[in-house]
Design a binder for this molecule. Structure first.
Ligand code: SF4
Length: 363
C-alpha cells in the first residue's frame, strides 16, 4: 500500500453515563492510502459512524476520544483546537451524510451554498467560485448546471440532492472524503449511480474515501479494502475480493450470507440470529459469542485480538479464536466450511465495472 493519507491508531471513544463509562469504539486501528476506498461495514451500533465522526472532528459531546491517535497527511489531528480542525474539515477532509436534506439549507439556492463553501476554503473571488460551482455540478452529473445552480434544494430529486452534497464535499478539493451511508436513502438504481460516482472520484482525483455503510453489497462494488466492525471493534479487515469470496470471521460470513446471489440457487436468505449488543451489555470474551454458531468455551472468556488469518491473502486479519495458531489449519477450514457453505465460491464478484449514467432529472 502507498504511504497512508489517514492513519488511525488504537482509537477509543467513550461516553460517560450516570451508570459509568461506556466504550463505543474500542482499539480501532486502520489506514487509508491516497485514491483508496476503504469500506467500513457493520450493523447499526457497530461504531462505524462514530469512527468517521471522530476522524472529521464532529463527535457530539458527551462522546469523547479517550485514547489513541488520528494522523492525517503526516500530522496528528485528534488533539487540534476547534478552529484548526474546522480549517481542515471541508478543505482537506470532506463529508457526505446519509440524508442530503440535512446537509443542504432549504432557504438558499444550491449555487449560493456551493459558492460560500468554495470561498470559505479557497482563495477565489465570487465569479471564479461560481464558475467552479458550475464545473463541480457538471462533474457530479447534474445536467444544465448553469441553470440548475440557481435552483433550491426542494427543486431536486433525492438522487440529485445527494449529487449536490457530493459537489459540496468536493468544493475545497479534499484529499479524503468520509461518506457515511451515502446511498442508504436512495433507491437501488440511484445507489448504483452514486457508487459509480464515488469510485470515479477516487480514480480521477486520487481522493481517498472512507465509505461507511451497513450494506455489504455496496462495499463489494465500491471498496478496495474493507473493515468489518462489531460492537465497537474491527473483527475482520483486508482486501475486498478476499473477504467477499472467503470471509473468515463468522460475523462477516453471516453478513455475506444475507446478500442475495444473482444466478445462485433459489433459497431463503440466512440471517444472523440475535442483535448487536447495547453498549452497556457487551459480553465478556468475544463480543459476538452469543450469536456465533462456532462459539466455544474460550470465546466466552477471552477476547480475541485482530491477527493475520491463515490461508488468506497477506493483509487479511480476523479477530476470532478459530484462527489461533494453536488450532490446526485443517480444523479451521473444516469448521468454517461447515458453517458458511462453500467459502471458496464468490458470493458477489465485481470485475471491470464501468457503470455509466445520464445526467439530468431522470435520476
Ligand atoms: Fe465465534 Fe469464538 Fe470466533 Fe468469536 S472468537 S467469532 S465467538 S468462534
Amino acid at each position: 500500500m502507498a504511504d497512508p493519507l489517514l492513519r488511525v491508531e488504537h482509537l477509543r471513544i467513550e461516553v460517560p453515563t450516570r451508570r459509568g463509562i461506556l466504550v463505543a469504539v474500542d482499539d480501532i486501528s486502520l489506514e487509508i492510502a491516497p485514491g483508496e476506498v476503504l469500506g467500513v461495514v457493520g450493523e447499526s451500533g457497530a461504531g462505524k459512524s462514530l469512527t468517521g465522526a471522530a476522524i472529521i472532528g464532529l463527535l457530539e459531546p458527551p462522546l469523547r476520544i479517550a485514547g489513541g491517535e488520528i494522523h492525517f497527511a503526516g500530522r496528528r489531528i485528534d488533539n487540534l483546537p476547534y478552529e484548526a480542525m474546522r480549517r481542515i474539515r471541508g478543505k482537506e477532509i470532506g463529508a457526505i451524510f446519509q440524508d442530503p436534506l440535512t446537509s443542504l439549507n432549504p432557504l438558499y439556492t444550491i449555487g449560493r451554498q456551493l459558492v460560500e463553501t468554495i470561498r470559505t476554503h479557497l482563495d477565489v473571488g465570487p465569479a471564479a467560485a461560481r464558475e467552479r460551482a458550475v464545473a463541480l455540478l457538471g462533474e457530479v452529473g447534474i445536467a444544465a448546471a448553469e441553470q440548475r445552480i440557481d435552483h433550491y434544494p426542494h427543486q431536486f430529486s433525492g438522487g440529485m440532492r445527494q449529487r449536490v452534497v457530493i459537489a459540496l464535499a468536493l468544493a475545497g478539493n479534499p484529499r479524503l472524503v468520509i461518506a457515511d451511508e451515502p446511498t442508504t436513502a436512495l433507491d437501488v438504481s440511484i445507489q448504483a449511480q452514486i457508487i459509480a460516482l464515488l469510485k470515479r472520484l477516487g480514480r480521477d482525483h486520487g481522493t481517498a474515501i472512507m465509505l461507511v455503510t451497513h450494506d455489504m453489497g455496496v462495499i463489494a462494488e465500491t471498496a478496495d479494502r474493507v473493515a468489518v466492525m462489531y460492537a465497537g471493534r474491527i473483527v475482520e479487515m483486508g482486501p475486498v475480493q478476499t473477504i467477499v469470496a472467503q470471509p473468515r470471521h463468522p460475523y462477516t460470513a453471516g453478513l455475506m450470507q444475507s446478500i442475495p446471489r444473482i444466478g445462485g440457487p433459489r433459497d431463503r436468505l440466512r440471517q444472523i440470529d440475535g442483535a448487536m449488543p447495547r453498549l452497556d451489555e457487551i459480553p465478556p470474551g468475544c463480543p459476538f459469542h452469543p450469536r456465533c454458531p462456532d462459539a466455544f468455551d474460550r470465546c466466552r472468556r477471552e477476547r480475541p485480538a485482530l491477527l493475520p488469518a491463515p490461508g488468506t491473502q497477506a493483509g487479511t486479519d480476523a479477530a476470532c479464536w478459530l484462527y489461533d495458531p494453536a488450532i490446526s489449519g485443517d480444523a479451521i477450514t473444516a469448521r468454517h466450511s461447515r458453517e458458511s457453505g462453500n467459502p471458496g465460491a464468490a458470493t458477489i464478484s465485481a470485475a471491470a465495472l464501468d457503470p455509466r449514467f445520464r445526467g439530468g432529472d431522470g435520476c
